[in-house]
Design a protein around this ligand. Structure first.
Ligand code: ZN
Length: 260
């Protein structure tokens, strides 16, 4: 679905091309001046588009997308797309869905995009089991959470994001095994640069006060993951820069396929 990258900044949501995104490189910034996408939005779509050969026409469900009409219209041009939200307050959605009790039939979804929602759900295992139930066999979930610490913990202080929904968990790399235990084939999609750092093929990156404990992320990846098998690079250094997917440790998507 991509035209080749030939500009320093390209938005894969609205096709804007230009010299740079607006604001610093950060998962929540590097904003597209036309559609408002931030880098994690673009990395999520990149994860989806680089993973599935013939996505046109698939039934695609997204939980609480940040982006509004322009993005959703784009998605509806290509997919049978619908958006949900837990309470239809912070985000507009087509339907209300609680991930712990999903109001969708079994095996009815080809692709789920779920950005920064799972950490707001109290019962992780129940949510994952419900997601597996509604995905078709062979269907995919592309999952993002704010991955800021190496190992999953309950937030040490009460934590809220842009809305009033509490954060129940700060997830770490061990989420990978939780997902596998639910019945998904899982790999972890990253940029080439993060892939190299985590495997020790590039120098480590130091924490810089942006809320990501990079030392903990690097150390825990090496004890928690099979670095050769579990991590998959989906953007070389040039592609990551063009998408604004920097700094590298801000961008991780779990690619989960229902196996049966
Ligand atoms: Zn855009």
């Amino acid at each position: 679905m991509y035209a080749p990258f030939d500009q320093p900044a390209v938005c894969n949501v609205c096709r804007w091309r230009g010299d740079s995104f607006v604001g610093p490189f950060h998962a929540e910034m590097a904003t597209c001046p036309v559609c408002g996408s931030v880098s994690r939005d673009r990395f999520l779509l990149h994860s989806f588009f680089t993973s599935i050969d013939q996505p046109a026409g698939l039934r695609v469900w997204e939980t609480s997308p940040r982006l509004g009409d322009r993005y959703r219209q784009m998605m509806r041009k290509h997919f049978e797309y619908f958006a949900s939200d837990y309470d239809l307050s912070a985000h507009e959605g087509d339907i209300q869905i609680d991930l712990q009790n999903i109001a969708l039939p079994d095996e009815s979804v080809d692709v789920l995009l779920t950005p920064h929602v799972l950490e707001h759900v109290p019962d992780t295992d129940r949510a994952l089991a419900e997601i597996r139930r509604v995905l078709k066999p062979g269907g995919h979930m592309f999952l993002q959470v704010p991955l800021q610490v190496g190992a999953t913990r309950v937030p040490p202080e009460p934590e809220f994001h842009a809305d009033n929904t509490p954060v129940f968990f700060n997830f770490g790399w061990d989420l990978t095994h939780r997902l596998r235990a639910t019945g998904f084939a899982v790999d972890v999609l990253v940029t080439e640069e993060w892939h190299d750092v985590l495997r020790g093929a590039a120098p480590p990156i130091a924490s810089n006060g942006d809320g990501f404990d990079v030392e903990s992320l690097i150390a825990a990846a090496r004890t928690t993951l099979d670095l050769e098998r579990d991590l998959v690079s989906i953007a070389d250094r040039g592609a990551a820069h063009v998408l604004g997917a920097l700094p590298p440790y801000h961008h991780v998507t779990w690619r989960c396929r229902r196996t049966n």
